[in-house]
Unconditional design. Structure first.
Length: 353
């Protein structure tokens, strides 16, 4: 018997056990991917449905009422919408005397946009889930799935007109975080609201070179904000002689808007942040006058404002609570070490966490 015989005999079973254990680990990891793994693998056979809907959304005239529902217990908001190809999308709050606001091809990303579709495909598994009835209309359902198989979002595309008529973003728990529906859909040119304002893109689009220049001057303008929230649009304008930058981040489902300008908040806003209240009263600030300009009165589900390092940051998010809070904490915070803890406590009191 060779000198190596006994050790080889004993090491054989041990090696086999080690290999089998490694296989179990690998198979378990493959069978149970994390919900936030990117990308979620799949054929993405639903992307063609959404891309056709994006074309229909640009080329089809229609009028409807848009219903937006946030977290459970919140009353939905309703907005009259009229779309005319070439003229834009007019939005007027139902039951209010405010003038309608017109959105053209702007950073508001009011409809399916190739930038959002690209992010959606890069982040989720996008599948065609067949047809379903949505308020009496047949619609094709497209699901955006996370890597662990849970549904992160659903889209409903009207089979008759090809228009996107509904979407819902879900929390990881499965609860709806934000739902949008078009009700009373009427194809054809509707009555264009009198006195509609707007109609031009908000500010000038910033090139990569211009964004780099801002960063060199001390502006925080990341290309990647949090997880797979990546910069899809960045614009700049002036208000009261000061530059204001508006950056939009998205994973294809959620949108987070970040407004940045040099300056500081007044005592009222500073006090509200000291109290840990994450959602602030947005009136009376030079930054906030931009919100209605961009969103036509719809300033998002989650709102937060603070100052840091000589800049004022304002975040508006249509996103699940976890994504919204992580996006906020990815930005520079006040020097107070307990600020972000108070933000999370404030969000918890507001029902976001």
């Amino acid at each position: 018997m060779s000198a190596g015989g006994p050790s080889s005999a004993t090491s054989g079973p041990a090696t086999l056990v080690a290999v089998l254990a490694l296989c179990v680990v690998l198979l378990t990891g493959a069978a149970c991917p994390d919900a936030h793994q990117v990308p979620a693998e799949g054929a993405d056979d639903g992307m063609s449905v959404l891309r056709r809907a994006a074309v229909a959304g640009k080329e089809t005239a229609y009028s409807a009422v848009r219903e937006v529902t946030g977290a459970e217990g919140e009353a939905p908001s309703h907005v009259h919408v009229v779309h005319r190809p070439g003229a834009g999308l007019a939005l007027a709050p139902v039951g209010e005397e405010e003038a309608a606001f017109v959105v053209r091809a702007s950073s508001a990303l009011e409809s399916l946009d190739e930038r959002l579709l690209h992010m959606l495909e890069d982040t989720y598994e996008v599948t065609d889930a067949g047809t379903a009835d949505l308020e009496g209309r047949e619609a094709r359902v497209v699901e955006a799935g996370r890597a662990d198989g849970t549904v992160a979002g659903r889209f409903w595309v009207d089979t008759g007109t090809g228009l996107l008529v509904g979407s819902t973003v879900y929390e990881v728990s499965g609860e709806p975080a934000l739902s949008v529906r078009l009700t009373g859909l009427a194809p054809g040119e509707g009555d264009w609201p009198e006195g509609a304002v707007g109609g031009t893109p908000w500010g000038d689009a910033l090139t990569g070179e211009e964004r780099d220049g801002l960063r060199e001057d001390g502006w925080t303008l990341p290309e990647h904000l949090h997880w797979n929230l990546r910069l899809v649009d960045a614009r700049s304008t002036e208000h009261a002689g000061r530059r204001v930058v508006h950056a939009i981040y998205s994973d294809g489902l959620s949108q987070v808007s970040v407004f940045i300008q040099r300056g500081k908040l007044d005592t009222k806003h500073t006090a509200s942040l000291r109290d840990g209240y994450a959602g602030t009263d947005m009136g009376g600030s030079g930054v906030t006058t931009q919100h209605d300009t961009v969103f036509g009165g719809d300033v998002g589900q989650y709102q937060s404002m603070w100052q840091a390092g000589g800049f004022v940051y304002t975040v508006l998010a249509d996103a699940p609570a976890g994504i919204a809070s992580s996006a906020v904490t990815a930005l520079p915070g006040p020097e107070s070490s307990g600020f972000w803890a108070r933000v999370h406590r404030g969000m918890s009191r507001l029902g976001f966490l």
